[in-house]
Ligand binder design. Structure first.
Ligand SMILES: Nc1ncnc2c1ncn2[C@@H]1O[C@H](COP(=O)(O)OP(=O)(O)O)[C@@H](O)[C@H]1O
Ligand SMILES: [Mg+2]
Length: 364
């Protein structure tokens, strides 16, 4: 069985690495000839909207999935094999406004927001939502790109100059206590599984560190209920992620990703079944695997610069994942994971390694 994957980044590469032991084959499509997945599987090179190459991908695959959510939804219509998760789920996650509407429709608390397409709409949104606020492009944002925090009216003007060419969304800036995410998977048969909540530390809009399990049973149940509603709503197949702000013991949904997620990388070594294997199992129509955590995990992203392999591996117990990408400032080049018997031991490990791997970053 061959899984066709639109997008050949590190997520796709880790999908393939998880699927090979199950005897599955992979075929990727990416814009870049040097896409990381191309180092482990055959790769077609084309634009994501190239109907002809997408048809070729689908005709050589049994199911098509994606590792990048900004694939033009229209170009996935009418392919000769199933697309999982569905185009509807993909479409909802591509637009921050439809994402907010979905959360509201499903009773999932989210930030207060206004759609903004003109200077006057921005002014109105700011008087209704108040300052500070966040202004974001509705589409194509990732790793904090296409967004600006607004603390003053003059910052709002500068942000409009920078971002205003595209449709925008303005949100309240949430003074969160922490950021968490939940990942879950739904199979073709409707079975669902959920991973333990992850605690995420971002800097400059980019995820730097994840630790899991978060270990608040009440929030875990609530997050599962929220994610479960989205899974059922789309009759979703595959892994789905929701990012939340935690504020005064409540969850406020920030955004969702219809795919495997950076905050779930710890599951490769830290859970019975990784997020990548469960996504592959789901889209291939196979039974889902257990999601239980095997200990207390930490994942540190390696961004912009790859420390020498030997230096990382000299730390006992560390697992290294290098994505085979050219270094560039702000680019995710790899990650490393550590699984400890206690949360205390894990956090001590993170505090010891962070100054070397991610100077200036601190965990809560
Ligand atoms: N409304 C908000 N209030 C406070 N912080 C925010 C808000 N929106 C985004 N952020 C911060 O920026 C990060 C990236 O924003 P996000 O909406 O998740 O976009 P991306 O698609 O780039 O991940 C978040 O993880 C959070 O740290
Ligand atoms: Mg995000």
């Amino acid at each position: 069985m061959t899984i066709g994957v639109v997008g050949g980044g590190q997520l796709g590469r880790m999908l393939a690495i998880a699927g090979y032991p199950l005897g599955l084959d992979f075929l990727f499509l990416d814009r870049e000839r040097t896409a990381p997945a191309g180092q482990v599987a055959p790769l077609l090179t084309a634009e994501f909207g190239d109907r002809e190459r997408l048809r070729e991908l689908a005709s050589r695959s049994d199911v098509v999935t994606f590792d990048w959510e900004n694939v033009p939804v229209e170009s996935l219509r009418g392919l000769p094999c199933p697309v999982r998760p569905s185009r509807a789920a993909l479409a909802a996650a591509q637009d921050r406004v439809s994402e907010k509407r979905l959360f509201e429709r499903l009773g999932i608390p989210t930030t207060r927001w206004r759609s903004v397409e003109s200077r006057s709409e921005l002014a109105r949104a700011l008087s209704e939502i108040g300052l500070p606020a966040m202004l974001k492009t509705r589409r194509l944002g990732y790793d904090g790109k296409g967004q600006a925090a607004l603390r003053t009216r003059s910052e709002a003007e500068a942000a409009w100059e920078r971002l205003g060419a595209a449709p925008l969304i303005c949100e309240e800036l949430v003074p969160f206590d922490s950021e968490v995410s939940i990942l879950g998977a739904r199979g073709v048969d409707g079975a669902t599984v959920f991973y333990p909540l992850c605690l995420n530390t971002h800097a400059g809009g980019i995820l730097r560190v994840t630790t899991a399990p978060y270990g608040r049973p009440q929030l875990q149940r609530l997050a599962e209920r929220h994610l479960g509603r989205v899974l059922v709503h789309f009759r979703y197949v595959g892994v789905l992620t929701i990012e939340f702000f935690v504020r005064a013991g409540r969850l406020i949904a920030n955004e969702m990703a219809p795919r495997v997620h950076n905050s779930g990388h710890w599951t490769i070594e830290g859970a019975v079944t990784s997020q990548f294997e469960n996504h592959v199992r789901a889209v291939a129509g196979l039974p889902l695997g257990e999601t239980r955590a095997l200990g207390h995990s930490a994942m540190i992203n390696l961004i912009g610069r790859m420390p020498p392999r030997a230096r990382i591996l000299a730390h006992p117990g560390v697992h290294l994942h290098a994505y085979g990408k050219e270094p560039r400032p702000g680019r995710k080049l790899g990650h490393c994971t550590f699984v400890a018997p206690t949360a205390h031991a894990r956090d001590a490990w993170v505090r010891r390694l962070l100054p070397k791997l991610a100077p200036g970053i601190r965990i809560p």
